[in-house]
Design a protein around this ligand. Structure first.
Ligand code: ADP
Ligand code: MG
Length: 262
């Protein structure tokens, strides 16, 4: 595979392999908390329409990496490019960058005292200053797409955990982001509810959404991800197709890691 060439502004041109443009580029990211070196030089790309699964044991830095991309944590060193924008540049406009990235966490995504429609429209209205009509129209369109329009007036505790996560994904898509970050979005769910959320992620993939997802759902990563990136001790242990990494890697630690999920 030919690597994409990179212009000095960080945007990648399509490579000689005709590969899709690079949406997210992590370039030698380092992040420590005190003496704990969590990310020790992480570099990889996510290309347009790709689903990349970020794997690794608990504490390997998946959430930290996601938070750096979403500007909830600042990197100590290295650069993160979203399209042609160096989002680690301190002068970058954080709200504008966040509007270009959708994020869903493991839990506590929805405000319990607000209806579904208010939850979905909140950031678009308050942070991105959309008028109410525009935000509600977009929210209803998204809720319709996931079969949840009838629940627009419901409160989160009237929904199942799976429905709540699907609403959270809909909210993350409000501003039509270039990149969707999903951080273990099924880990807190009753096993019976995991499937409906993963089905929604698979649908988004089919629609061409670019997704970076931290997950322990190895079956899903294997079947749905275009690429898997395995973190270990602050560095990338593996980066390849699910088959290359999950089935064919000869690295003993990699094999040991995946053996826990069989
Ligand atoms: P993962 O998501 O892969 O489970 P995390 O990114 O949550 O891993 O955590 C990686 C490491 O960083 C852990 O050792 C964790 O304790 C530490 N860590 C994460 N956030 C903080 C923080 N705000 N302050 C101190 N240590 C942190
Ligand atoms: Mg995590």
């Amino acid at each position: 595979m030919t690597e994409a060439t990179q212009r000095t502004d960080g945007t990648a041109t399509t490579g000689a392999d005709g590969g899709a443009p690079v949406v997210l580029r992590l370039d030698n990211i380092r992040k420590s908390f005190g003496a704990t070196h969590v990310l020790n030089g992480i570099s990889f790309d996510v290309r347009q329409h790709e689903v990349v699964a970020l794997l690794g044991p608990s504490g390997s830095g998946k959430s930290t990496l996601m938070k750096c991309v979403n500007l909830l944590e600042r990197v100590d060193d290295g650069q993160i490019w979203l399209g042609g924008t160096d989002i680690t540049d301190p002068r970058a406009d954080q709200d504008r960058i966040r509007a270009r990235i959708g994020v869903v966490f493991q839990q506590f995504n929805l405000f319990p005292h607000m209806s579904v429609i208010r939850n979905v429209t909140l950031a678009a209205r308050k942070v991105h200053h959309w008028p109410k009509d525009r935000a509600e129209a977009r929210a209803l369109e998204l809720l319709d797409r996931i079969g949840m329009r009838a629940k627009a007036g419901a409160y989160p505790d009237q929904l199942s955990g799976g429905q709540q996560q699907r609403v959270a994904i809909a909210r993350a898509l409000m501003t039509n982001p270039e990149l969707l970050l999903l951080d273990e979005i099924t880990s807190a769910l009753d096993p019976m509810l995991v499937g409906e959320v993963l089905d929604m992620v698979a649908e988004l993939k089919d629609q061409g959404t670019t997704i970076l997802m931290a997950t322990h759902e190895m079956g899903f990563a294997h079947d749905a991800a275009d690429r898997v990136v395995l973190l270990r001790r602050g560095v990338i242990a593996e980066n390849g197709t699910p088959r290359e990494v999950m089935d064919e890697s000869q690295d003993p630690e990699t094999k040991e890691f995946f053996s826990h999920f069989r």
